[in-house]
Design a protein around this ligand. Structure first.
Ligand code: MTE
Length: 318
């Protein structure tokens, strides 16, 4: 099991509490006299100043000892097609996205179902920090200190029935707020799914924070999935619905290009994407554009999760 090492955060990335508070008071005061909108919108490194801090405990057991990427790497190089298809688009376009009030609907094959205000949905759970690798299907990776709650514990609360074989997740559909949804890039809303045993695995979390602070909008605020052994696209952002299903749910990328993106989407260096190799990856923020490191099966989480796929031909079920 990897040993925990606290993330190496540069002093510039952490705002002392007093500075943070006085800045919030300042912004609050300015808002009163209508000047807040004249302040430049925080983005990248400076955004750490305006994201409120969270209380959490660190989970050493499920954290990689690798060096975490910087706040600016993690918040300025994003895939969130609802806010544009370029890596810089989400940080540019998601600033005004409203993440409160936020309702999560839980339905399908479960004894308990309903619509929950986000805070009551999260309330029974204690927040944990976990440092995970994220490997995108585009052959780049990052190391991210998430703050979240184990998905399995959340799902158990709703008492899934014996017919619940899969869990489907859906992102908010709101083209007014999400300009990317005005274009048929994907069949909106973005949807993802996990097999029930995958969803219950203790490595899977619902994240609400990053670097000890509330999740920035471009990273999937207010609630996103993190499945560290699967390609990044399984980690769906801005979730409004969690549904227990008997049948395998349709996922956005599988629907859009089934020959390229399978339901499982496990990180697998032995199975190339039809248009590029998955053998190596570029760690964002390290080395030159051409530096590559080997990609590990299941993104390095094989000891924990390979047993979920025993007997499955992973070249066929990619
Ligand atoms: N979720 C939604 N709703 N829309 C998206 O476009 N992109 C996915 C995933 N979740 C995406 C999404 C992809 S391809 C990746 S690699 C990760 O989010 C990126 O997460 P990050 O921007 O926080 O690093």
């Amino acid at each position: 099991m990897p040993v925990y090492r606290p993330p190496s955060i540069r002093p510039s990335e952490i705002t002392p509490e007093q500075v943070y508070l006085s800045r919030r008071q300042l912004l609050g005061g300015l808002a009163g006299i209508g000047l807040a909108s004249a302040m430049p919108r925080a983005s990248g490194q400076s955004m750490a100043l305006v994201e409120p801090p969270l209380s959490f405990t660190r989970n050493a057991r499920y954290s990689t000892p690798e060096k975490a990427n910087s706040w600016s790497d993690i918040t300025q190089y994003n895939n969130f097609y609802e806010f544009g298809t370029d890596k810089a688009d989400p940080a540019q376009n998601a600033g005004d996205f409203r993440t409160r009030p936020w309702t999560v609907t839980v339905d399908g094959e479960a004894e308990l179902r309903g619509q929950f205000d986000l805070d009551s949905f999260l309330k029974p759970h204690a927040l944990e920090e976990r440092i995970y690798r994220l490997r995108c299907v585009e052959a780049w990776s990052m190391v991210i200190p998430w703050v979240g709650i184990p998905l399995g514990e959340v799902l158990k609360r709703f008492k899934p029935t014996s017919r619940a074989k899969f869990v489907e997740f859906t992102t908010l559909l709101d083209p007014k707020q999400m300009p990317g949804q005005r274009y048929p890039v994907l069949d909106w809303p973005y949807a993802e799914g996990l097999r029930m045993d995958e969803a219950m695995h203790p490595l899977v979390i619902l994240a609400v924070g990053l670097y000890g602070r509330v999740l920035p909008n471009q990273n999937g605020a207010p609630l996103r999935l993190v499945v560290p052994w699967k390609y990044g696209f399984k980690s769906i952002k801005s979730i409004v619905r969690i549904r227990f299903t008997e049948m395998q749910p349709k996922t956005s990328w599988q629907q859009s290009a089934p020959q390229e993106y399978g339901f499982f989407a496990n990180v697998n260096p032995a199975v190339d994407h039809p248009r590029w190799s998955q053998k190596r990856e570029r760690r964002i923020g390290q080395g030159s554009l051409w530096d590559r490191q080997p990609t590990l099966p299941f993104n390095g989480y094989a000891d924990e999760v390979a047993s979920l796929y025993r007997g499955l031909d992973l070249a066929r079920w990619f």
